[in-house]
Design a protein around this ligand. Structure first.
Ligand code: NAG
Length: 93
């Protein structure tokens, strides 16, 4: 889901300002703990998420979840998917 920029800025200000030290971590953070300042997950990402804030979903990786730093799939893609992170469109067979 893409938020309008204005709303996104409001949310950031809300979470960092009004709500004090409370900040919503992204759902991909292990144990839902993250750096209050920048949202970086303190204990890394759960399987299936990647990026510093674990706010990005892995693509359709074969066997193992994607690399938690880069999002690339280590053992290739599920059938019909391509790209290093296996997010590129399904090929209809
Ligand atoms: C959180 O991020 C800020 C800004 O990058 C950094 O200065 C601070 O040391 C970090 N805090 C922790 C607990 O990692």
């Amino acid at each position: 889901m893409e938020l309008p920029v204005g709303l996104a800025v409001f949310c950031v200000l809300y979470f960092t300002g009004l709500a004090g030290a409370q900040r919503d971590c992204y759902e991909g953070c292990i144990n839902n703990v993250c750096n209050v300042t920048n949202g970086v997950c303190s204990e890394g990402c759960r399987d299936g998420f990647y990026g510093q804030r674990c706010d990005r979903n892995c693509g359709e990786c074969r066997n193992k979840p994607c690399d938690k730093r880069t999002g690339s799939c280590k053992e290739g893609c599920e059938a019909g998917w391509r790209g290093s992170s296996c997010k590129q469109g399904r090929i209809d067979l």
